[in-house]
Each structure stands twice: as C-alpha cells, then as structure tokens.
Design a protein around this ligand. Structure first.
Ligand SMILES: [Zn+2]
Length: 109
C-alpha cells in the first residue's frame, strides 16, 4: 500500500511531511517516521487549462490525513466529493515527450 511519509517530532508531537533538521514548533531534533495511508478529501478544484503533458481536465485535491497533516495531489477519482475517503497511490503525473513523471496521486479509498 502506498503511503505518504510524515515526520513526527518526539518532543512535542508536531507532524509534517517536510523533513527538517529541527522541529518548527519546539526546535527538537528527534523525529519518527509516520506512514499516512488514508485521508479525507477537504476540497478540490478542476482545471481545464493545464501545462502540456497533464491530463485535461486536471483535478487537484487537498486531503486531511490526521496528525495535523494535509496534503495536495492529483485526484484519480471521476466524481470527487468533499468528505470522501482517499488513499495515496503511485501514478503518472505528467507525460513529457516520451518520458513519464511518476508521483503520488489520491484515489478513492
Ligand atoms: Zn517539536
């Protein structure tokens, strides 16, 4: 199962998907990796004007994975609904000439 990796400060519990040398809240240096596997779709937008190589229309969603972590990704969901459960997956984000850029998308959980 694909997951989003986050880093939880062992001093204060602040969790972020950005790996830092020091906690932005308490300046602690000790982190534990947390795997986030399911989130709730908070909002999304559909874009009809996109850069070359992206699917059109392109749907981008913001999901809350708990732990205070929100993440943004392309949605591979035909009829997204705010409040639905989503999970991260690996997929092609963009095709440039004959190269495919892989990354994390959200699909229905
Ligand atoms: Zn901290």
């Amino acid at each position: 199962m694909t997951s989003i990796v986050a880093y939880r400060c062992q001093g204060c519990g602040h969790t972020s998907t950005i790996k830092r040398l020091r906690c932005s809240k308490c300046r602690g240096r000790d982190f534990a990796e947390v795997k986030l596997e399911k989130g709730v779709l908070i909002t999304y937008t559909v874009m009809n004007v996109v850069r070359p190589g992206y699917a059109k229309p392109l749907t981008i969603g913001l999901a809350d994975f708990g732990e205070g972590v929100k993440a943004l990704a392309q949605l591979a969901i035909n009829n997204p609904r705010v409040g639905m459960k989503v999970k991260p997956a690996q997929a092609v984000l963009r095709k440039i000439e004959n190269r495919a850029l892989l990354g994390t998308i959200f699909e229905e959980a």
